[in-house]
Design a protein around this ligand. Sequence first.
Ligand code: AOF
Ligand code: ZN
Length: 364
Amino acid sequence: MKDESFYMQHAIDLARLTIGQTSPNPSVGAVIVKDGVVIGTGTHFKPSKPHAEVYALEQAQELAKGATMFVTLEPCAHYGKTPPCAKAIIDYGVKKVYVATLDPNPKVAGKGVQWLRDEGIEVEVGLFEEQAQQINQKFFHFMKDKKPFVTLKTGVSMDGKTTANSGDSKWITSEESRHDVHINRHLHDAILVGSKTVLRDDPQLTTRLPHGGLNPTRIVLDTNLSIPLNANLLTDDQAKTIIVCAQSASDQKKQSIQAIPHAEVWCINQDQIDLNWLLKMMVERKIMSVYVEGGSTIHSQFIQKKLFNEIHLYMAPKLIGGEFSKAFYNQLGFEEVEDSVRVEFSTVEMIGPDIKITAKPQVK
Ligand code: AOF
Ligand code: ZN
């Protein structure tokens, strides 16, 4: 039956289509219906492009007068890169608006809905609210906590090892899992690794999917600027590269990196890189999410400081063994199990021959 849920579901699907490509904006979908006929649909493609509601209204034109709109996020009320959607909805004469969820952006946050109601438009909030928030999970987190959404990604054997004795880690998990990793690179604004990973693997850290995808900004934690100038991340300009260092790093190396057009150096005025400082730097750059690919030293620092929102663990049906091969969380360990870091499993799925576990910090 074509009821409210039918149309809002379609708006949700439109929003879902653009997850990962709209940052720092959210993914939004809109559908306009009049007398049981769809007269306009819209989705927000990328920053600076019109918002979802505007595309839908432009299709509906004069038919929008007296129509009902289904939109996955509260229409905006501010003049940003585009004029307010609430005003457009009012000007076109829409009669009723179903909003899945309010916009956490302080510039909007209820003001859009208020404006519509003040103009006599009937507004209902909350249809498919959970799905609408899930679609923009990273945007909601960034707006509310003023921190990037941090995902730790690791690939382990069934006995929990991330490398063999030699340090070799190519490839513990399957091609299918690696495909999923590339989808996640597209879904995050930045990707982060430690200098050891760069020195060992010389990775590109780009998104390589059959139909392409957006490359995240590449961030390397390199306290002493030890990575060579001919590293792939510095020679190939497919994505921005940010090298993070501490005050011990050589000024000359800093200058050489900064001379590379797609590269940048962020240097903290301390002996060690501070993760809280780093996350603040990301916020200033509107980096809303970061995909931490490791290695285990980096992962361990994020875990110890409790600076993560999700863990994606791909487990391969292999047993590597070895006293010296590393685990994903590679600290000295705790005396008692009671002291361990607690997480909650959110989902478990098969990816090819592997298992993917998604976990989040346990809420106390
Ligand atoms: C909507 N519909 O499709 C989107 C909205 O810089 P601007 O003008 O593009 O505004 C960006 C803000 O607008 C963004 O932070 C979020 O609060 C809202 N996004 N709003 O009504 C849309 N993408
Ligand atoms: Zn808008």
